[in-house]
Write a protein that binds this ligand. Structure first.
Ligand SMILES: [Cu+2]
Length: 267
């Protein structure tokens, strides 16, 4: 390895260690480890000196369907916690921009290795809803399932690849830790006590994922140069893919448009 490359790699490692990558939001305290020898892409860390970004906006073309109303009569505690009318979060649209879309690198990353996040991801059962509704996490990362309500919640994960689980949390303040062992987009959750409660997690083996915010925006930071398939997933509108090629330090816009259903969906 030439001296310059050694320096670039060292810089890259230092940045990887100090800057949160994508949705991982973790800061690793691990000291820099030696990278694989030059010419051995497998097991190599991303060189932050040449990394770029993919950002974009997700738009809904057409009129957003009305979200289904939620009736919480089955549980008086939930009813008491929610005085205002409640609706599903299926279509979160403002000015035509779509929130709660999971966007991630589906293909093209090769064999890079990434620091394992040391932080935990939390899904909270609060006011008889899941928070967040759509989120991402890493394979091997701890998911804390919390009950903030004074009522029984039963979180039921229904993966196809990972192991299904179905666990009750009868007491306010209870938490359970879970780990997904394989990548899977998406794993749905439901509450077996409250039929309206649902959430989705995208589990990935890399840090390049995001969920669109209320303005429909997302950002995948610190992507190495390469050609990638970016997928945008929505719980009702399905998934779309786009290819993008990133040169060194390039920032590219990859925006998606989903067509609103012609007939209102029964969400
Ligand atoms: Cu529940």
């Amino acid at each position: 390895m030439r001296l310059r490359n050694v320096w670039m790699c060292a810089l890259g490692i230092a940045l990887v260690a100090s800057v949160a990558c994508g949705g991982g939001q973790s800061t690793s305290n691990k000291s820099a480890e030696p990278t694989a020898p030059a010419g051995t892409p497998a097991g190599q860390k991303v060189d932050m000196a040449t990394a770029g970004d993919v950002k974009g906006t997700v738009t809904l073309d057409g009129t957003a369907p009305k979200n289904a109303p939620i009736k919480m009569n089955a549980d008086p505690i939930c009813l008491k916690l929610n005085k205002d009318p409640q609706f599903q979060e299926t279509f979160m649209v403002a000015d035509g921009k779509l929130a709660n879309v999971f966007v991630y690198v589906k293909d093209g990353l090769g064999n890079y290795v990434y620091d394992q996040p040391t932080d935990k991801v939390t899904i909270d059962q609060q006011n008889c809803r899941y928070h967040p509704h759509v989120f991402g996490m890493r394979v091997g990362q701890t998911l804390v399932i919390k009950n903030s309500d004074d009522t029984l919640h039963n979180i039921h994960a229904m993966p196809k690849t990972n192991t299904e689980f179905n666990e009750g949390e009868p007491i306010k303040g209870m938490t359970r830790d879970k780990v997904f062992t394989a990548k899977e987009v998406m794993v749905p959750f439901k509450c077996d006590v409250h039929g309206w409660m649902n959430a989705y997690v995208g589990v990935l083996d890399h840090p390049y994922y995001a969920v669109t915010d209320k303005d429909g925006k997302f950002e995948l930071k610190s992507l190495p140069p390469g050609t990638y398939t970016i997928e945008a997933w929505h719980e009702k509108l399905g998934a779309q893919e786009q290819k993008v090629t990133l040169g060194q330090k390039e920032s590219k816009d990859v925006s998606f448009t989903f067509k609103a259903p012609a007939v209102p969906t029964n969400n």
